[in-house]
Design a protein around this ligand. Structure first.
Ligand code: CA
Length: 443
């Protein structure tokens, strides 16, 4: 795992005043990466980092020549409309860029440097985001034991957990083409499909009646591996650039009818959204936590277990899911919170997911996206999907700010995911938001 250095010091400050704003997501300790352009412009998408309330254009920065050596080479690799080339460079190059950006943005940078960097800034509020990489493959895991038990209980009350869950991180291959950035103004149409109503003898073709969200995280693959050559657990994080928030929108009625025996298909493939900013594993280093499970549970097999991983394989990312409905907007209410939890409760870590993904020789490529599965914590209000919060729709959730009820999502509803890390003695860093709005079905 990454060692802490001067870029993690809580005392570090930027000459850009908004970087020090209390509760802000993007202090100088974060330096996340995205692809964006000025909204409503025809200009080409380019790589950027965020500092305070500004985006720093890395294509423009590379052209100034302010960075040198490996940092400049890494910055140039972020100049285009996808970060795959940068991702392929690996952790030394990623760290060189982080250190280079930190030096330019830190208090004490020469006034002439500050002036040139200011020329490369644009308010975050003016940004329109693209996917940060050309994503060749997308895999979604299923690694929260609380989620697995909550959902399993709805179908198999006596034996909610499958025999394999505690032995390996389960996953399915998802669909890369329908991945989108969950940014302001993004919406998708409620999917049509086939469902088998309770007690019916034949399925119906209809708009999804049980549309749900899933509060997840995702991580982007850096350097890939050669077909046939697994990535060992101890090396796994060298292949992970960083993490995003991910919403695996789910059509439960379609999903539960179609998924036996081969798993999710149309119930999951109509849209998946991610937050625009990748928070790097370097930035997450102060918030690592032990990877632990109860002593009564099976120990992972040796290829999924080692001492360093047990000491710091987890990450304490605080997560919350909020719902904004048309009634919230007309009444001037802020979004109601549906759930709050932490990524630290997952039963398997990103490193274990990567080791499992490649153990049979499957090759990963720079820019591949891996979903972690729904993040649900140990208590009822920590469940990361409506199917859990409403007990399969039987007990609708009451929204705190309007008193409305929801078993599943209505047209016009906007789901907002937020994530951040905080810990005494360290700066607070955030992921921003991942949001999306449900539009009516195209009958
Ligand atoms: Ca999922």
């Amino acid at each position: 795992m990454t060692a802490l250095d001067h870029t993690h010091a809580a005392s570090a400050r930027s000459w850009l005043v908004s970087a020090q704003e209390a509760g802000g997501d993007f202090p100088i300790q974060n330096l996340p990466l995205a692809v964006l352009r000025r909204r409503a412009s025809q200009s080409t998408m380019h790589g950027a980092t965020a500092i305070g309330d500004q985006a720093l254009n890395l294509a423009q920065l590379a052209a100034t020549g302010l960075l040198q050596g490996p940092a400049q080479a890494a910055c140039k690799a972020c100049a285009g409309p996808a970060l795959n080339e940068f991702m392929a460079l690996g952790p030394e190059a990623w760290r060189a860029l982080r250190h280079g950006l930190f030096a330019l943005l830190a208090e004490g940078a020469p006034a002439s440097v500050q002036a040139q960097v200011r020329e490369c800034l644009m308010p975050l509020g003016e940004a329109e985001y693209g996917l940060p990489a050309q994503i060749g493959d997308y895999t979604d895991f299923y690694t929260s034991i609380h989620h697995a038990v909550n959902v399993g209980r709805l179908i198999f009350p006596d034996k909610p957990l499958t025999d394999n869950f505690q032995w390996l991180p389960i996953a399915y291959h998802g669909r890369a083409s329908s991945l989108r950035v969950g940014q302001e103004g993004f919406g998708f149409h409620r999917p049509m499909g086939q469902a088998m109503p309770a007690g019916a003898k034949a399925p119906v073709y209809s708009a999804c009646a049980r549309l749900d969200f899933e509060l997840e995280m995702g991580f982007f693959i850096g350097p890939g591996n050669t077909l046939g050559e697994p990535i060992a657990l101890a090396q796994a994080e060298r292949h992970i650039l960083g993490m995003v928030l991910l919403n695996d929108w789910s059509a439960r009625d379609h999903q539960f009818w179609e998924m036996a025996p081969l798993g999710p298909f149309l119930g999951k493939n109509f849209c998946t959204t991610i937050s625009p900013w990748i928070v790097t594993m370097d930035a997450l280093a102060p918030y690592r936590v032990p990877f632990d499970r109860p002593a009564s549970d099976p120990r992972p097999l040796p290829y999924l277990d080692d001492a360093l991983h047990r000491a710091s394989g987890g990450v304490d990312v605080r997560l919350e899911a909020l719902l904004d409905t048309p009634a919230h907007r007309s009444q001037g209410q802020t979004p109601s919170r549906l759930a709050a939890t932490s990524f630290r409760h997952q039963y398997w870590t990103p490193a274990q997911m990567l080791a499992q993904h490649t153990v049979g020789g499957c090759n990963l490529q720079p820019g591949d996206l891996i979903g972690t599965g729904t993040v649900s914590g140990p208590t009822a209000h920590e469940a990361g999907a409506l199917v859990e919060l409403s007990l399969g729709g039987r007990q609708p959730v009451t929204l705190a700010n309007t008193g409305e009820q929801r078993a599943f999502l209505h047209d016009g509803d906007t789901v907002i995911l937020r994530g951040w890390c905080e810990k005494p003695g360290h700066a607070r860093i955030g992921f921003g938001e991942c949001r999306g709005t449900v539009l009516p079905a195209r009958g």
